[in-house]
Design a protein around this ligand. Structure first.
Ligand code: ADP
Length: 483
């Protein structure tokens, strides 16, 4: 029987500890339904790298060590310092080095060698995220003709930005070696189609047929969801725990929550600035609102991240210095991770969820916040229009995160929103989350990738046209702006 190979930068071996990352949660249903082999980096750096296989039930986990050179060039270098900023529209933060690109390609070749030794002709391969863009090309070069799909979890910028990346022509066209390339939003898919039309001269009026031989690449939109009902149940239980009760008892008045990794794409300093403006413009709310920002540190070895840590600390300190009273501080800034259960209880307790990334592939926090609300007395989601989640969460208060006055006005609006409007918005948002529950995400992608799927190749023309239709089979509509 055909096996399913999942390939990603990191592998989450069950029972190995740590908090489940977004990728693990997204793949959970797929790992349950299929017999999978999941291959990726072990997280360890050794001068003599090893490859180990761990078996858990029907699934195997193949974990590969990196050398310190691989780690510097592939992970810290090209993935984190070139692809991550550029794909998040931050050309100003990209630091390109040829050495890092060759390290990135080398690790992809190494993963391809490991895989080539394991694959049978009818096995299906599903590659995840920006660390592994050229993997299909490396596999095709080894003569493999398996069905290979790719899903990009982060945004894909328009060609005007992508083409500013040195050597983009060595990397982006290699996506054509996949049978299926999936994106979070129609906008990302359309950006890819525009890149192909512009850079490869692919005529936009004919079906796309690229790559080696007769293989035809297809492009799809598969927005990642959450386990909606499960998260709602978790939040209901968690809000009755002593942890949630103690937190609420310690908060004077209303709670507003932000939960993000410390990353420049999340817009945390701009968000604090917006809150500061809200406090300045709305003295009646001083002493009655507490903004809890939960931000575990990430990638602190990179300079921009440690600078950002200092900037967020200083903005939170400035606001508390300006507005605190003996019995109230406007900002609580917490630097540690919480369990999913504890987090769900905090979301449930918060009247406002403030999710304002400057650019985000999807943003699961926005969806988790909605799922955690009590439908009879729900809170209000304020969401950046530049998060992929904005395509589905059209009943959130959609804001431009670059405009702190507009975000401040949205906070004021959320705080004063009537019960009936909160309820009506929440019910629409919740229905959207149910429609696109994560349990179906893997099925939709794998169905589109399977050899039995008889749909023809994607017509670029369809992607370049204004979007209509539903998520996985067709494009989603761009969000409407409310304010
Ligand atoms: P990204 O993948 O860019 O970090 P997402 O919002 O899509 O952003 O996903 C973040 C995931 O990490 C969510 O599932 C969220 O619950 C989880 N998470 C974020 N902050 C914390 C935290 N402090 N403790 C535990 N989990 C967290």
């Amino acid at each position: 029987m055909a096996r399913l190979f999942l390939i990603s930068n990191r592998v989450a071996v069950p029972g190995a500890g740590g908090h489940p990352g977004g990728l693990e949660v997204a793949l959970k249903a797929t790992l349950r339904k299929h017999s999978c082999v999941w291959l990726g980096w072990s997280g360890e750096v050794h001068e003599k790298p090893r490859t180990r296989t761990i078996t858990r039930g029907d699934n195997s986990y193949v974990i590969v060590d990196l050398t310190s050179e691989d780690f510097d060039e592939y992970y810290n270098g090209f993935a984190n310092r070139v692809l991550w900023p550029i794909f998040h529209y931050r050309l100003d933060l990209a630091e390109f080095s040829r050495r890092d690109l060759s390290g990135y390609l080398r690790v992809n070749e190494h993963f391809a060698d490991e895989l080539a030794g394991m694959l049978e002709p009818d096995d299906i391969v599903w590659v995840h995220d920006y660390h592994l863009i050229p993997l299909a090309k490396a596999l095709r070069a080894r003569g493999l003709t398996n069905r290979i799909g790719f899903f990009l979890h982060i945004p894909l910028p328009p060609p005007e930005i992508l083409t500013a990346m040195p050597n983009h022509e060595r990397l982006i066209p290699s996506l054509c070696d996949y049978d299926l390339v999936g994106f979070q939003t129609h906008g990302d898919a359309a950006n890819f189609a525009r890149y192909l039309a512009k850079e490869l001269g692919t005529p936009s009026h004919i079906p796309l047929r690229l790559g080696s031989g007769e293989r035809a690449m297809r492009i799809g939109t598969f927005p990642v969801g959450i386990e909606t009902r499960e998260f709602t149940r978790l939040a209901r239980r968690a809000s009755k725990t002593s942890f949630a009760r103690r937190v609420m008892a310690s908060v004077p008045g209303t709670l507003m929550i932000g939960v993000d990794r410390l990353d420049y794409s999340k817009g945390i300093t701009l968000r604090l600035e917006a809150y500061e403006r809200f406090l300045a413009a709305n003295p009646q709310w001083r002493g009655k609102i507490t903004y809890l920002q939960i931000t575990p540190k990430s990638r602190s070895t990179i300079k921009e991240y440690s600078e950002m840590e200092a900037a967020v600390n200083s903005a939170a300190g400035r606001i508390n210095g300006a507005y605190s009273e003996a019995n109230w501080a406007p900002v609580r800034y917490v630097n540690r991770p919480y369990s999913r259960a504890a987090l769900s209880g905090l979301y449930a307790a918060a009247r406002v969820g403030l999710v304002t990334p400057m650019r985000d592939g999807m943003n699961l926090v926005a969806k988790e916040y909605v799922a955690a609300q009590d439908p009879d007395d729900p809170g209000v989601l304020i969401l950046s229009r530049f998060a992929g989640a904005a395509d589905e969460c059209r009943e959130a208060l959609l804001v431009n995160p670059y405009d702190p006055d507009a975000v401040a006005a949205a906070i004021a609006r959320a705080m004063a929103m009537s019960w009936s409007e909160r309820k009506a918005r929440h019910s629409e948002l919740y229905a959207a989350l149910l429609r696109n529950d994560i349990s179906k995400w893997g099925d939709k992608f794998l169905k589109a990738l399977s050899p039995q799927d008889k749909k023809g190749p994607t017509a670029l023309r369809d992607l370049l046209a204004p979007a209509t239709g539903s998520a996985a089979t067709g494009p989603t509509r761009p969000p409407a702006t409310r304010q």
